[in-house]
Write a protein that binds this ligand. Structure first.
Ligand SMILES: [Zn+2]
Ligand SMILES: [Zn+2]
Length: 255
């Protein structure tokens, strides 16, 4: 829901700490492929435009979608101006989505995807199937299936980093895809159990099993203050925050 949460006056929602202000979760990867800087996003939530402005985003080369919930897809239309840049270069932006997400995107963004769409200023994007491994400009994106309540959704591994949001359970086979990580970004909503999301305690348990050098907690609700939650976490598990960035290893490419 974002923090501050609308209508709420709790300590976290009224906190002066900028790290307690949380837009809806998303991640941006940027690397140089030998010829160009490439920018790949995971999810375009309703805050995508604001995040793009804050981070001075000037291009997007591809988007991966984790699942079809509003807080992960409702910024798709704001890809429009950036998609025109790619269109002028002769292409459009590929959106990689699993079948259920694809179906929802086609339904909600009918004016973009329908074969009858004639609106001239629609985003220049197209949906591509999300395979187990999807190479994009020299970087392999490994799909990591996780459960979000009843729903199987997609996490991603790229090089020695993985991004797993909206997780309520991680299948054993998926743990097998998470060996040897430098960084893992894991969602942790709050302390109180939720049917579709992990608690901090569950996330810490998974972080230990995954054994990445660094774990970052994201998709955090207003029940958790940044500073006070961080103080209780093990040293290598930290709360992520809006604008957090760090260098990663993308196997054979420099990020
Ligand atoms: Zn969700
Ligand atoms: Zn979510």
């Amino acid at each position: 829901m974002g923090v501050p949460t609308l209508g709420c006056g709790c300590a976290v929602c009224t906190s002066a700490d900028p790290r307690d202000r949380r837009l809806r979760p998303s991640v941006l990867l940027q690397w140089h492929d030998g010829t160009h800087y490439r920018v790949v996003l995971i999810d375009t939530g309703p805050d995508f435009r604001e995040q793009a402005l804050r981070n001075k985003l000037t291009r997007v080369d591809a988007v991966f979608y984790t699942h079809d919930h509003a807080d992960h897809i409702f910024g798709l239309d704001d890809l429009r101006p950036l998609s025109y840049t790619v269109f002028r270069e002769g292409g459009n932006i590929p959106l990689f989505a699993a079948p259920q997400t694809e179906e929802t995107l086609r339904r909600i963004y009918d004016y973009t995807f329908s074969p009858e769409a004639t609106y001239p200023n629609r985003p220049r994007v197209h949906i591509e199937p999300l395979n187990e491994r999807t190479p994009v400009f020299g970087v392999d994106f490994q799909r990591v299936p996780v459960l979000h309540g009843e729903l199987e959704i997609s996490g991603f591994r790229f090089g020695r980093t993985a991004y797993l949001t909206d997780v309520s359970s991680i299948p054993d086979e998926s743990f097998g895809l998470l060996d040897g990580l430098d960084h893992v970004v894991l969602s942790a909503l709050r302390h109180k159990p939720h049917p579709n999301h992990a608690t901090v305690e569950q996330a810490v348990e998974w972080a230990r099993r995954i054994g990445a050098k660094h774990t970052w907690l994201t998709h955090v609700a207003h029940e958790l203050g940044h500073e006070e939650t961080n103080a209780k976490l093990p040293d290598n598990i930290r709360m992520a925050y809006d604008g957090l960035s760090f260098p990663i290893e993308l196997e054979g490419t420099s990020a």
